[in-house]
Design a protein around this ligand. Structure first.
Ligand SMILES: Nc1ncnc2c1ncn2[C@@H]1O[C@H](COP(=O)(O)OP(=O)(O)OP(=O)(O)O)[C@@H](O)[C@H]1O
Ligand SMILES: [Mg+2]
Length: 168
């Protein structure tokens, strides 16, 4: 599994990563966004969605709705999910994920809630803050890190992503 570790010094760096990830999304892509509260999962999802379709100006967090649906420029559906509040993987699947995993692009916050039902083919992005060494202290900095692990069929896109990041 290729792994990429990125530093995202501020929100605009997260937006740039989102734009790179948005390029080439196709139905069946599943991107899991893990990491603690406030790590930037929704911020990265928003950046992906707005880069994939600039018409999608309003991208609220699906904290309470569990899912928000969008369309890519070519009409492919995109589902943005926040599974923090689901009780079980089966409850999450009730949202219609069986079909969405085939017909849509899925961006999934709190993917661990799906346990074994999370597609093995997901692109895994783990976001986190610098370790300040202090417990329960909100980070004052905007720095985030992203660890990206990709299944084999993402290899070409990850190579391109790596080249584009290092070309900047
Ligand atoms: N480099 C950065 N990347 C992403 N977000 C950042 C960055 N720097 C600061 N932020 C801020 O951190 C917050 C991230 O919030 P966000 O809702 O994206 O977190 P989340 O991981 O989705 O949390 P939750 O688990 O509650 O859904 C936002 O207020 C955002 O502006
Ligand atoms: Mg969120």
């Amino acid at each position: 599994m290729p792994v990429l570790q990125l530093e995202l010094p501020d929100l605009s760096a997260t937006a740039r990563l989102g734009a790179l990830l948005a390029d080439g999304l196709v139905a069946g892509d599943v991107i899991s966004l893990s990491g603690p509260l406030g790590a930037g999962k929704s911020a990265l999802a928003r950046a992906i969605i707005q880069a994939a379709n600039p018409d999608e100006t309003d991208v609220p967090s699906p904290t309470f709705t569990l899912v928000q649906t969008y369309a890519l420029g070519d009409g492919t559906p995109l589902w943005h999910l926040d599974l923090y509040r689901v009780e079980s993987p089966e409850d999450a699947m009730q949202l219609g994920l069986d079909d969405a995993f085939v017909d849509a692009v899925c961006l999934i916050e709190w993917p661990d809630r799906l346990k074994k039902l999370l597609p093995k083919t997901n692109l895994s992005i783990h976001l986190y803050m610098p370790d300040t060494g202090a417990d329960n202290v909100a980070p004052s900095s905007n720095i985030r890190f992203a660890d990206i692990a990709a299944p084999p069929h993402w290899a070409d896109r990850i190579s391109l992503l790596r080249r584009r990041i290092s070309a900047r």
